[in-house]
Write a protein that binds this ligand. Structure first.
Ligand SMILES: C[S@@+](CC[C@H](N)C(=O)[O-])C[C@H]1O[C@@H](n2cnc3c(N)ncnc32)[C@H](O)[C@@H]1O
Length: 186
């Protein structure tokens, strides 16, 4: 399964342009005032690094983790272009476990692996922030996504309800539908 993910994403990222763009997610930009502590950050399935590079610019020491070498090469190039520094880490999120109590900030955008929810919680330090945004079941109306790739209504709230939820929304605006969360580990 992960071998297939690796091939699939390497192929997509072989294009010269950044297919997910060079600008960070709006959710991250809109809530950037919360990114004020610095420290260690992990961008889970960070791809071509748009969000990693943004938070590096806010003073975090960022690791962009992804299965795709091509994505990570582009992430490192984007960091150079924006005159900032990130660390890239090629890893398969299907088998590794994240280190416990390690990060002040975890980002997870447009990626869903429910087995990771407990690892994300554990890898956050106390007071650490989680930014999570990905597609919801409404997105199935507009795409040929598989059901296992999308969140159920309120799923992020249930999954991370033991954290302090600072911001949450669900958006369904054709052709997009997603849920976004910012939560803080207590
Ligand atoms: C839709 S992209 C999102 C990239 C980035 N988070 C963003 O929003 O720009 C999904 C990412 O998940 C990565 N991915 C897929 N399966 C993975 C796995 N098993 N382990 C690590 N990364 C994986 C892909 O390589 C790809 O970069």
């Amino acid at each position: 399964m992960s071998l297939k993910d690796n091939e699939r994403w390497n192929k997509k990222y072989a294009a010269e342009e950044h297919i997910t763009g060079k600008e960070p997610s709006n959710w991250l930009k809109e809530n950037a005032s919360l990114l004020n502590t610095g420290g260690k950050a992990l961008d889970v399935a960070g791809g071509e690094g748009r969000n990693s590079v943004f938070v590096a610019g806010k003073g975090y020491e960022v690791t962009c983790l992804d299965i795709s070498e091509n994505g990570l090469t582009k992430a490192a190039a984007l960091a150079d272009e924006k005159k900032t520094t990130i660390t890239t880490l090629r890893a398969d999120l299907d088998d590794g476990s994240l280190p416990e109590n390690e990060y002040d900030l975890v980002l997870c955008f447009n990626f869903l692996n429910r087995n990771l929810f407990s690892e994300i919680r554990a890898t956050l330090k106390s007071s650490g922030l989680l930014f999570y945004e990905t597609f919801t079941t409404d997105y199935l109306k507009y795409s040929n996504f598989k059901k296992e790739w999308v969140l159920e209504p309120n799923e992020l709230l249930r999954a991370f309800g033991d954290l302090r939820v600072l911001r949450y929304r669900e958006v369904d605006e054709n052709p997009n539908a997603f849920a976004s969360l910012v939560a803080q580990k207590l």
